[in-house]
Design a protein around this ligand. Structure first.
Ligand code: NAD
Ligand code: GLY
Length: 357
């Protein structure tokens, strides 16, 4: 079982990855400092895994909060319902919230933990591939606003991330593909060797080969942990992790949350970023083709939805968190494994991408 740390000084925490980890109570108990814990999950994941997690919490004051399932519920109303339950059941400042689910449960539980009584502990038990390789690591938490994706939130690091790869057995195929988008992201933005490995192994990943999945999860988490350790609050390098996200968030918000999965929107966004980089003369056509081929092999979309006009996409992109002092910054590519974040691009290249697709 690989275990390694996200190095953040006194707030460092372990990421445990392996098969059968939900059967190892000590991993969870070690991450709970107080006498109370609340498992937050959703109506799809709770019937599958909540009781197993609960059996590890003997002797503690334990609560369960089961949310409705879906990106459409990642909002302030749901957040408030969590606060109400915590207050009704008198959970105090030394409580640990345990996020059991995908990125939606993880992001909203993390934000609840960041703000309940000015901050309580939390642990991530991610159960989708996307959450295992990305959202459970690094402490970004939050909810959506009707006007913009992830616009309300906080940085709040978990005390541990426990990744039981067996939970992927129950994950629908479309969700597995969405997770692969974030895996491919690490290769594209900064790990050319991993990208080449993904090209060789994409069929094994789609077929859920356990060894291939375990390797991809570990490599992704190690890549992300290194970036977060270097730039926790996204003053520099961490912004590269948003490759494809400015385009992707516009697609998610524009279509209505939940129509396209987050990973699908990111996949399409990454290819738009690659095509724009090609238009700028920064990326060769062969690299764009490699990116497109890998995304298609992962059964991910590479063309934005026809119903979103270029003008609407541009309007939505203007609400992105990477807009600073009115200037839109994008993550673009100078090669496979070499991304840059910049506002210094010819706007005609962006027009070309938005109008053409
Ligand atoms: P999700 O949380 O909606 O989960 C996808 C679906 O799979 C849901 O229906 C869920 O109930 C179901 N599910 C989860 N685990 C399952 C399992 N083991 N078996 C069967 N079904 C299961 O979506 P997601 O893709 O995990 O996460 C997307 C969210 O993550 C977005 O809101 C995105 O903004 C956020 N995100 C956050 C970060 C971050 O750094 N905080 C990074 C990337 C994405
Ligand atoms: N998913 C982007 C980040 O964690 O910074």
């Amino acid at each position: 079982m690989p275990t390694f740390n996200v190095d953040l000084g006194a707030r460092s925490y372990p990421i445990h990855i392996g098969s059968g980890l939900l059967q190892q109570p000590q991993l969870l108990r070690d991450a709970i400092p107080g006498r109370s814990a609340v498992i937050v999950s959703n109506e799809t994941v709770a019937p599958l895994y909540l009781q197993t997690v609960r059996t590890h919490l003997g002797g503690l004051h334990v609560g369960e909060i089961v949310l409705p399932d879906g990106e459409a519920y990642k909002n302030l109303d749901t957040l408030n319902s969590i606060f109400t339950r915590l207050l009704e059941q008198r959970f105090d400042r030394n409580t640990t919230l345990i996020a059991l689910g995908g990125g939606v449960v993880g992001d909203i539980t993390g934000f609840a933990a960041a703000s309940y009584q000015r901050g309580v502990h939390f642990v991530q038990i991610p159960t989708t591939l996307l959450a295992q390789v990305d959202s459970s690591v690094g402490g970004k938490t939050g909810v959506n606003h009707p006007l913009g994706k992830n616009m309300i939130g906080a940085f709040h690091q978990p005390r541990a991330v426990i990744i039981d790869t067996d939970t992927l057995d129950t994950l629908p195929g479309r969700e597995l593909s969405a997770g692969l988008a974030e895996v491919i992201k690490y290769g594209l933005l900064g790990d050319a060797e991993f990208f080449a490995w993904l090209e060789q192994n994409i069929d094994r990943l789609r077929a859920r080969d356990p060894a291939a999945l375990a390797y991809a999860i570990e490599r992704s988490c190690r890549d992300k942990a290194a970036i977060v350790a270097e730039d926790e609050r996204e003053h520099g390098t961490r912004a590269l992790l948003n490759l494809g996200h400015t385009f992707g968030h516009a697609i998610e918000t524009g279509l209505g949350y939940g129509r396209w999965l987050h990973g699908e929107a990111v996949a399409c966004g990454m290819l738009m970023a690659a095509r724009m980089s090609e238009r700028l003369g920064w990326l060769d056509a062969g690299s764009v083709r490699r990116a497109e081929k890998l995304l298609l092999a992962a059964e991910l979309p590479t063309v934005p939805p026809a119903e979103l006009s270029g003008a609407r996409m541009r309007e939505l992109m203007a609400v992105d968190k990477k807009v600073i002092d009115g200037s839109l910054r994008l993550v673009l590519l100078r090669g496979i494994g070499s991304a840059v974040v910049t506002a210094d691009f010819d706007p005609a290249a962006l027009d070309f991408i938005l109008e053409r697709d």
